[in-house]
Write a protein that binds this ligand. Structure first.
Ligand code: AGP
Length: 608
């Protein structure tokens, strides 16, 4: 996601824009830019890297003249984080500048059409098509031009637009991406969220999807998607600044848990087209796979747990042997790697030292490398042969949530893609899983709707002592992540255990009142798992079950059960993880822990 801001009033616009962008840096921070109109020209300033570079380049905005402008802080999606890809983007005739948060799904055909009509592109972004469409449709009427332009766009967008012929007017448009309008006195604003406005005004208008607004210093006119003027109520914001940065949630972690449906949609949708999975420009089709004898997955922490899910999926569907190892082990165990090995490195930050070292070690031994990362142009993305990005957007909380689930989503896509490329899956089963993957965001939203029930269960069980997560197959992989989530934010010890292995020693720790959370979503092994629940119940354990809705058998043994939305057993890891993220969150809340910044932890471990 990115952040956009706009200002029009009697003051110099640039300092307002930079101040607003500072408040939005958590939404994206790999490049930034502003465009300001002074009635004669539009001045554009852009910089790669953190916003401070732009502030330095413009002397904190003092070098840019004009009282009407737009600004953008970028989280790269289409095109690397470079100055030429930074927003705002200009029309060829210099009359328009535009900033954008979202994804223009049909940008490729629009780009082709515009190039064929003689427009010249200067970036790799999807956004630039908007600037040229504005020029194409401009007939002297700003509003009509904007309406014609947005009628050509498909996808999600919050847009900010300035036109040199309307020197004190900004236009802003909303479809699927967040946008609000700030109502000042003799000055008005727009922004991606309230944090960028709250220090200037607490009176805002929330635009709805399809609406757009003409904003001048003394007037805000809102139009519906047909261009008819509509009235909007003004809301007074009484959040603190800190609450506003978290979108009204108490913690970034909870905000990011709630963002998962959108993060998953952004990760999956660009890769499913007309019934087939399309994996960007990754060069791992049938021809390349014929040269791969084994896959090695390496990562750390939660990314490693996503890899554990990936191992099950790739072996089950593509029938390629997969080893998995934490990066700190792989790099030092003299691994058997050669040119027939595909190394899949997983990392949210793309900067984890052990993972980077493992990639280099395996490349030196001839492996082909594929990275699954969240940060565009991060070190791991740059040193790998192929990259599949998780479009989760910036993740602020140290404990990953959307970073992990989007990694699992990418593994689901990859496993199915490999199976299809190698001809190892029936058309019917492919279609089942293809549709199942597309439904993941909706299942995830329904799992999030369990929030209140999970909060009550966290209070009811409120573990103070060590507890166990048990499961089989993919449920066991999900246990690993659930256990880490609880440990790292509540500081309560827990252990993830393969349910069938418990009886080989560790069951000695099960005693009266011990909490065991049993993941029972993997349908084919449900009866076996029920046997394991009986084993621990017989020794006095309290069992909190996680099962698929409609499976009433578990009620015979579990003390309480969280029912997740029905989904294919190969795809249940994400919906079943959501309530376990929430469980960890509410237990940590009960314990008064610093949820977003747990003790001893860092968001990215860039040292050994
Ligand atoms: C996840 O909640 C932890 N903060 C940690 O295990 C993390 O997953 C691990 O350090 C790997 O980080 P990366 O994904 O950025 O490489």
């Amino acid at each position: 996601m990115c952040g956009i801001v706009g200002y029009t009033g009697s003051s110099s616009a640039a300092p307002y824009l930079l101040d607003g962008l500072k408040r939005l840096e958590y939404r994206g921070y790999d490049s930034a830019g502003i465009a300001v109109s002074d009635g004669e020209k539009i001045s554009q300033a852009r910089a790669k890297g953190r916003l401070q570079n732009l502030c330095d380049e413009t002397n904190d905005g003092k070098s840019i003249v004009g009282t009407c402008g737009i600004g953008h802080t970028r989280w790269a999606t289409h095109g690397a984080p470079t100055k030429s890809n930074a927003h705002p983007h200009m029309s060829n005739d210099g009359k328009f500048a535009v900033v954008h948060n979202g994804i223009i799904e049909n940008f490729a055909e629009l780009r082709e059409e515009l190039i064929s009509e003689g427009f010249v592109f200067h970036s790799e972004t999807d956004t630039e098509v908007v600037a040229h469409l504005l020029e194409k449709y401009y007939d002297g009427d700003f509003k009509r031009t904007v309406l014609k332009t947005i009628n050509r766009l498909e996808g999600s967008y919050a847009l900010g637009i300035v036109c040199i012929d309307f020197p004190n007017e900004v236009m802003t448009v909303k479809l699927a991406s967040p946008l609000i309008v700030g109502v000042g006195v003799g000055e008005n604003f727009f922004a991606s969220d309230v944090t960028a406005l709250i220090s200037h005004t607490r009176n805002v208008m929330y635009l709805d999807d399809g609406e757009f607004a003409s904003i001048t210093p003394d007037k805000i006119t809102v139009y519906d998607c047909m261009g008819a003027e509509i009235s909007k109520k003004i809301t007074h914001i009484n959040w603190s600044m800190e609450a506003a940065e978290k979108g009204g949630y108490d913690h970034f972690m909870l905000k990011e848990i709630m963002e998962q449906p959108n993060a998953l949609k952004a990760t999956i949708e660009p890769r499913v087209k007309d019934g087939k999975i399309v994996l960007d420009d990754v060069k791992l089709g049938a021809a390349e796979l014929k040269n791969i004898r084994n896959i090695v997955i390496t990562a750390c922490g939660s990314a490693y747990h996503a890899g554990c899910v990936g191992k099950y999926l790739i072996e089950e569907l593509a029938r390629i042997p997969v080893q998995i190892d934490v990066a700190s082990e792989l790099r030092y165990r003299n691994p058997i790697i050669d040119e027939h090995t595909l190394l899949i490195a997983v990392s949210q930050s793309g900067e984890t030292a052990d993972t980077i070292a493992s990639i280099k070690e395996c490349k030196a031994r001839g492996a082909r490398t594929l990275a699954i990362v969240n940060v565009v142009d991060s070190t791991i993305a740059k040193i790998s042969d192929d990259v599949l990005y998780t479009w989760a957007g910036p993740e602020i909380a140290v404990a990953t949530t959307k970073g992990y689930t989007t990694q699992v989503a990418v593994f689901s896509l990859l496993a199915l893609y490999f199976a299809d490329e190698l001809g190892r899956i029936s058309e019917e089963r492919y279609k089942e899983l293809y549709n199942g993957i597309r439904n993941i965001p909706e299942r995830c939203q329904r799992a999030i709707d369990l929030n209140n029930k999970v909060r009550d269960l966290a209070k009811k069980y409120s573990p103070k002592d060590s507890l166990f997560f048990i499961g089989r197959n993919l449920d066991y992989a999900a246990c690993l992540e659930a256990s880490l989530k609880l440990k790292e934010i509540s500081y309560i010890h827990s252990e993830a255990y393969a349910a069938g292995e418990l009886k080989h020693g560790t069951i000695a720790l099960i005693e009266e009142g011990r909490l065991v959370i049993a993941l029972a979503c993997y349908h084919d092994l449900f009866d076996k798992l029920m046997g394991n629940i009986k084993e621990v119940k017989a020794r006095g354990a309290r069992v909190l079950g996680v099962a698929v809705e409609g499976n009433r058998k578990i009620l015979a043994e579990a003390d309480d059960t969280i029912f997740i939305p029905e989904t294919d057993q190969l795809l249940s890891t994400i919906p079943e993880t959501i309530p376990l993220q929430l469980f960890a969150y509410y237990v940590a809340l009960e314990n008064g822990c610093d949820i977003d910044k747990p003790k001893n932890l860092a968001k990215s471990v860039t040292v050994e």
